[in-house]
Design a protein. Structure first.
Length: 442
């Protein structure tokens, strides 16, 4: 059965569950809102629904119920690789089923047709100032694809029916995830390799093809597969995922929605953090251990110097997690088993900071979570393989995050979720309720 047919069956089976919850149990209270949550960015308010992934504070991310190690173990592997293809992961995100090798091959073949990017997209990106940030270029590239949106075409056809709307979102979503790595490779070559473009290799899967198109080595094919999967989804409350969901809830097509999501991802408190971590780590290395091995004593002193000067240790802490980010551990394991990388001086420094920093941060006492997040490790791997243009790292993040965002909005339309419209209150209202000990509900 084709992926779209499988997804159609699953959506139709799932729809009655959502409808029953709204109709029969819609007034059941599942959370309460406090003043610090209202002012503090709606932190931890349970008001979004997704079955694609769930982020547990102690356990970390689960994709369709599976932990990261379980996901990597379960999915079919790329030929000659210990890692699954992005295409197999896409099938898994959409359906919750581990695909067979034949089902993965079907997605691979479909993406080969979908991955051809119209020339006008490249022309629009090339027309931008060459010193534009690569995230601007990626957002523009995705937005340019909107001209041919199948969902927008269906909505404007005069035959729009909410029951079938998800099928056209699915078509756009598949086109977008098949093309985004091609656009990213074009941007990398345009900005950093003198516009020397490398053609698509039709024999390769998405991750391997990205590595090929930017002139990378064989080992980097697994880096790309791992990186895109690890960064794919982190439930719906993060800025890029929530923005994509929010914009699409207005029935804006997937290109409008994900271009907006990328703009959120570009913020320094979200996806841009990975390049900031690497910048900090390199400066740390230069200042404290340029010509010496990073010992525990040396790193501990340097971390205290950093904290006592009023600075933070970037890459440590997370909005939800209260343990080491499993995405960090997956990348660390890759480093430890990769010849050359495990002995790289920058990785050795990151590994020593990992050993020392949690204890220092706990003793310092101001960090809610003293453990490393995904950004503490990811830049070091890219740097080792020669991708030293760290303003491109968020583009890599954006390629992976497209998978989760597109899977989520496909299901949003399949289940007929409403336009998102929270209710606001005034500061005066909050002050009144604070004085009264809470809002009096009628």
């Amino acid at each position: 059965m084709a992926l779209k047919d499988t997804l159609k069956q699953k959506i139709e089976e799932f729809q009655p569950r959502t409808q029953k919850l709204v109709k029969e149990f819609g007034k059941v209270i599942i959370d309460q809102v406090t003043i610090d949550q209202a002012i503090g960015g709606a932190r931890d308010i349970r008001s979004l629904v997704t079955d694609i992934s769930y982020l547990d504070p102690q356990e970390g991310i689960r994709f369709r119920g599976k932990t990261i190690p379980e996901t990597f173990e379960a999915l079919p592997k790329a030929p000659g690789s210990a890692y699954p293809t992005v295409e197999s992961f896409w099938y898994f995100l959409l359906t919750g089923d581990v695909p067979t090798a034949a089902q993965v091959d079907e997605v691979l073949k479909e993406w080969k047709v979908r991955q051809v990017v119209p020339q006008y997209v490249f022309d629009a990106i090339r027309a931008l100032p060459r010193d534009s940030h690569p995230m601007v270029m990626l957002s523009v590239g995705i937005l340019c694809l909107q001209k041919d949106s199948k969902f927008a075409g269906y909505y404007n056809s005069g035959k729009f029916n909410k029951k079938f709307a998800w099928e056209y979102v699915y078509e756009d979503a598949c086109d977008l995830v098949a093309r985004i790595a091609i656009i990213a490779a074009f941007i990398y070559n345009l900005k950093y390799r003198g516009d020397k473009q490398i053609a698509i290799d039709p024999k390769l899967d998405m991750g391997a093809n990205f590595a090929h198109m930017i002139g990378q080595c064989e080992d980097y094919k697994d880096v790309a597969r791992m990186y895109f999967i690890l960064h794919s989804d982190h439930e719906s409350g993060n800025v890029s995922a929530h923005t994509t969901h929010l914009v699409h809830s207005a029935l804006s097509d997937p290109y409008y929605a994900y271009s907006a999501g990328l703009n959120g991802l570009a913020g320094p408190l979200h996806g841009l953090a990975n390049q900031e971590v690497l910048d900090w780590t390199i400066k740390f290395q230069e200042k404290y251990c340029k010509d010496v091995e990073p010992t525990e004593e040396l790193v501990k002193k340097a971390l205290w110097d950093t904290l006592n000067s009023g600075q933070v240790v970037p890459g440590y802490g997370h909005a939800v997690l209260r343990k080491t980010d499993p995405r960090y551990m997956s990348q660390r394991e890759f480093c430890l088993k990769t010849t050359g990388l495990k002995d790289d001086p920058l990785f050795k420094l990151v590994a020593m900071i990992f050993q020392v920093a949690p204890g220092v941060l706990m003793e310092h006492g101001k960090a809610k979570n003293p453990w490393p997040n995904v950004d503490a490790q990811s830049g070091v791997i890219q740097w080792y393989y020669g991708l030293k243009e760290w303003d491109f790292y968020t583009v890599l993040f954006g390629v992976g995050r497209a998978l989760g965002c597109m899977a989520n909005i496909t299901w949003d339309r399949g289940l007929g979720y409403a336009i998102e419209r929270p209710k606001s209150v005034t500061t005066a209202m909050l002050e009144k309720w604070a004085a009264e000990g809470g809002r009096k509900l009628s």
